[in-house]
Design a protein around this ligand. Structure first.
Ligand SMILES: [Zn+2]
Length: 131
């Protein structure tokens, strides 16, 4: 999961930042990270820090197979980031056992779950309703 292409992402989560890879040549944002820009092929890349807000595009309730360190079921969503990319993430604080744990279109905000000194995972929670 952590490799040279994605190291910046995991360094970001440790600092409480959701980082998205960007191409320094054409400016396209991309996720998941990769070595070369899918748009222009250039290897020169950087990142931007995402707002951490997004919307549920779709989700699944994961019941099986077991996931190390997780109590199942968990809700895994495909999230439309406000920056225009999609990212897969676990949604916390929803009733994964319920019939409809979360609705398509629900607004989410990112949070960070520190697993150990090496790994902090981005997780998602319902955004507070506010003007
Ligand atoms: Zn590019």
């Amino acid at each position: 999961m952590v490799n040279r292409d994605s190291a910046f992402f995991w360094e970001g989560t440790q600092k409480g930042e959701l980082r998205i890879q960007t191409c320094n040549a054409c400016g396209v944002l991309r996720h998941p990270p990769g070595p070369a820009c899918p748009s222009c092929g250039v290897l020169d890349r950087g990142y931007v820090v995402a707002s951490g807000h997004g919307t549920v595009f779709s989700y699944v309730v994961h019941r099986h197979p077991p996931v190390p360190g997780k109590e199942l079921p968990i809700v895994i969503a495909l999230i439309d980031l406000d920056e225009g990319l999609r990212m897969v993430g676990e949604v916390r604080d929803v009733a994964a056992d319920g019939a409809d744990p979360i609705a398509i279109g629900t607004r989410l905000r990112v949070d960070f779950d520190r697993i150990d000194d090496e790994l902090t995972l981005p997780v998602w929670r319902r955004a507070e309703e506010s003007g």
